[in-house]
Write a protein that binds this ligand. Structure first.
Ligand SMILES: [Zn+2]
Length: 390
């Protein structure tokens, strides 16, 4: 008979239902003999050697939102509207396969089970590598950026061609192709509609950055503020004379929010995953809940770019599935999902930590369309199920 070890755990998530407090896992010969309530298992397995007490045991967590191709950037904390031009755009020459490879190593070393990664269209070699070679499952979202409605049809035609070129590269167990219209305001209304209809038809997973910084609300409400100003400057390089009402297909309006704008365009009908959603109204939260869209929160990135704090409790109360992502190293500091979880526990100190555990595992799998394995009798035991101590 093999030796049994009973591991006591503060929070146990078996992948089913809600995580429980004061749990235990009984392990024998690299196999799970039982997982459940501590008192029950302690009584059922008197012969088991009571070993460690650990903080959390769960299936491996998921990093639901990253930008691997930015892994050669240096971390820099700046307000979001300044960070986009001064960090992301200024550093674009450092984007590419070398950074993506380095980033994936960090994601793998952190013990993430799967990854949602945004791929910049300037580095198509990263997409080809992710789909054909990268040792990771999840979704690689091909990013689309074009605020000019005059070029929406041409850009859309190109995206359709890109999808036709990339999709045959998918392999079982590897990454799947998805699309990411970059943000509510950096893709024209016309292109948003075309992409939403296309992703529904093609059943492509979708991620969009939405309501990241308070200045994004201001852009939609009045067309003023620091993001509206920096966006207007950027747009003039590629599309001189293009105005915000032309981009949005309507005038800014105090009742308009990034979420209501996307809902009006039919984008939420494509069940996208919405990234960030920090600056939202109560109506926005209801709209997101009704649409069935998932949400990914990136607590460190939001703090570092002065975006505010995600209304986690309100989203959970509305029945929205929340996942966790690191974002890029340029705003999130590292690609280690456990660093993000630790920050989430610090920043959301009032939130039941079991919700954070569930978000990191099941929320992430929901976003990526995969399933968390269950920790139950007969399944293989993996030491990585024990979370690093916080
Ligand atoms: Zn992002």
């Amino acid at each position: 008979m093999s030796e049994l070890e009973l591991i006591q755990v503060d929070i146990l998530y078996t992948g089913m239902g809600l995580p429980i407090r004061s749990g235990a896992v009984v392990v024998g010969g690299q196999t799970i003999a039982a997982a459940g309530d501590f008192d029950t298992l302690h009584a059922q397995y008197p012969q088991a050697e009571q070993g460690r007490t650990v903080n959390v045991i769960s299936p491996l967590p998921v990093n639901a939102h990253a930008h691997l191709d930015m892994s050669d950037y240096a971390f820099r904390a700046l307000p979001y509207f300044q960070w986009i031009p001064e960090v992301v755009i200024a550093g674009r020459l450092s984007r590419g396969l070398a950074g993506a490879r380095k980033g994936l190593e960090q994601v793998r070393a952190s013990g993430a089970a799967a990854l949602g990664d945004i791929v910049w269209p300037g580095t198509p070699e990263v997409m080809a590598w992710l789909l054909t070679e990268a040792e990771m499952s999840g979704v690689a979202y091909w990013e689309v950026l074009d605020p000019n409605p005059a070029t929406a049809n041409a850009t859309f035609t190109q995206v359709v061609q890109d999808v036709a070129r990339f999709r045959p590269l998918e392999r079982p167990g590897g990454m799947r192709l998805g699309l990411s219209p970059h943000a509510a305001h950096t893709v024209s209304h016309k292109l948003h509609r075309l992409l939403a209809a296309f992703t529904r038809r093609e059943n492509l997973p979708l991620q969009i950055h939405v309501a990241e910084h308070p200045s994004e609300l201001e852009l939609f409400a009045s067309g003023t503020g620091p993001l509206a100003e920096s966006f207007a400057k950027m747009v003039q390089f590629s599309s001189p004379g293009l105005t915000l009402p032309e981009v949005l297909g309507r005038a800014p309006d105090p009742k308009l929010t990034p979420v209501s704008y996307l809902a009006d365009l039919g984008v939420l009908d494509a069940r996208p995953t919405l990234i960030h959603l920090v600056n939202v109204t109560d109506d926005d939260i209801r709209t997101v809940a009704q649409s069935g869209a998932n949400v990914v929160t990136c607590p460190r990135s939001n703090a570092n770019l002065q975006c505010g704090t995600f209304r986690w409790t309100d989203f959970v109360a509305a029945g929205v599935d929340v996942a966790l992502g690191t974002d890029s190293v340029a705003s999130g500091e590292t690609l280690n999902i456990f660093d993000e979880i630790a920050a989430a526990r610090r920043i959301h100190a009032d939130l039941d930590p079991r919700l954070i555990v569930r978000a990191a595992v099941k929320g992430g799998h929901r976003v990526l369309g995969s399933k968390a394995p269950f920790l139950r009798r007969g399944e293989a035991w993996d030491e990585r199920f024990v979370w690093p101590s916080a």
